[in-house]
Design a protein around this ligand. Structure first.
Ligand code: PLP
Ligand code: TYF
Length: 400
């Protein structure tokens, strides 16, 4: 009966944003949820998106259902962005999904229903420690067994690569999956170097482990192609992979729910069979995906002018985040007795582990209305040039 149901815990990140929204202080600052904010403090609609929407509005003739795997032009564009021409088209299946989260969920359902690590051995998914909190819930809800591998070092600011490799060599069995963040690791901002990707790829290949790649921040690290370099290295070494991509961040389409599952198989036949099973997972879940967000992405990427505009706008967001990192580090360096935050400059994407303790995080919220996730993860993209001195004074007040 419903009256025996207990309250579910709130989402640690989205729950903080609810608290932020109801905080009456005018000078509050949200450094929790991973959304980009411009210098005026708003999450903007990209100009290329507005232009594409105008085109769609003028040209759209039907609201009929999409096919189960989504809009063909969108799927083609995703294949090019994620896989380039590295894998022959007949070995890649792309399924449009509602956001990166929807993609992870479809992929997890697919793995849980179709894959095992041997007769009677359910597949396990190994997640980095730490990882995006939702990973655990999505995998478990799909019925996959979840385990972990080492990622962040005890300094909480660099990769413990020896521990990572040692875990990948010993913990998973052949046929298990290893979840990797393609770039801009959430929540740490710490990514492997090209040499480290090479070694990870070799271990995956030698041990027969499936790369399960979460690609939510393409273009926010070093650039669109550069951010795919780790994935390219993996795909040079293995003949099967599953990649969940999201266009929430790099097209600013958060609420439109645009993502995709990209599956690479060893043969055209295995690809076709896998695609049919991915479609079965979609069908029994939400039948077919929503059109609008995917149509925006497809419209932009089919038009060279809009594509150029998008690349400029994405680059502007990426470079601005880098400059916010620099301003914050420089601002903190001027604070007497403050911890050294230079390590933030080596980290990629929206997030960094700041090293702030849960107590310091609480104090920043109570005293200043600065909202940071309890782990100390900060969304650099929520900072603001004009208020950097104020932010640095506040952080120094709790951290010195
Ligand atoms: N994966 C990671 C690592 C993320 O940070 C996010 C953030 O939202 C997602 C997946 C999900 O993306 P989406 O908002 O497109 O569902
Ligand atoms: O980590 C983040 O902030 C983003 C946004 O349940 C997000 O990935 C956070 C929590 C969540 C869904 C999205």
């Amino acid at each position: 009966r419903f009256d025996s149901i207990s309250l579910a815990p709130p989402d640690a990140i989205l729950g903080l944003t609810e608290a932020f929204n109801s905080d009456p202080r005018a000078d509050k600052m949200n450094l929790s949820v991973g959304v980009y904010k411009d210098a005026a403090g708003v999450t903007p609609i990209l100009r290329c998106v507005k232009a594409a929407e105008q085109k769609l509005l003028d040209g759209e003739t039907t609201k009929g259902y999409l096919s189960i795997d989504g809009l063909p032009d969108y799927r083609g564009a995703v294949r090019e962005m994620v896989f380039g021409d590295q894998v022959p088209a007949d070995r890649v299946a792309i399924v449009q999904a509602p956001g990166g989260t929807g993609a992870l969920s479809v992929a997890a359902d697919f793995l849980a229903s179709q894959c095992s690590a041997g007769p009677g051995k359910p597949m396990r998914v190994f997640l980095p420690t730490p990882t995006w909190a939702n990973h655990n819930a999505i995998m478990q809800d799909a019925g996959l067994a979840v385990d972990s591998y080492s990622y962040l070092g005890s300094d909480r600011r660099t990769l413990d690569f020896d521990a990572l490799i040692s875990d990948l060599k010993t913990k998973p069995s052949t046929g298990d999956a290893v979840l990797l963040h393609a770039c801009c690791h959430n929540p740490t901002g710490v990514d492997p170097t090209p040499d480290q990707w090479q070694e990870i790829a070799s271990v995956l290949s030698q041990r027969g482990l499936l790369p399960f790649v979460d690609f939510a921040y393409q273009g926010f690290g070093d650039g669109l192609e550069q951010d795919a370099a780790g994935l390219r290295t993996i795909l040079e070494n293995v003949d099967e992979a599953i990649v969940c991509s999201s266009y929430s961040k790099n097209f600013g389409l958060y609420s439109e729910r645009v993502g995709a599952v990209g599956l690479v198989a060893a043969s055209a036949q295995a690809t076709a069979a896998s695609l049919s099973q991915l479609k079965r997972c979609v069908r029994s879940n939400y039948s077919n995906p929503p059109r609008h967000g995917a149509a925006i992405v497809a419209t932009i990427l089919a038009d060279s002018e809009l594509t150029a505009m998008w690349k400029d706008e994405l680059e502007e967001m990426r470079l601005r985040i880098t400059s916010l990192r620099e301003l914050f580090v420089a601002g903190m360096a001027k604070q007497p007795g403050a911890p050294d935050f230079k390590f933030l400059l080596d980290q990629k994407g929206m997030f960094s582990f700041s090293g702030l303790s849960p107590m310091q995080v609480d104090e920043l919220k109570a005293k200043y209305g600065i909202y940071i996730v309890g782990s100390g993860r900060i969304n650099v993209a929520g900072m603001n040039e004009d208020r950097m001195d104020w932010l640095c004074d506040a952080v120094a007040d709790v951290a010195c």
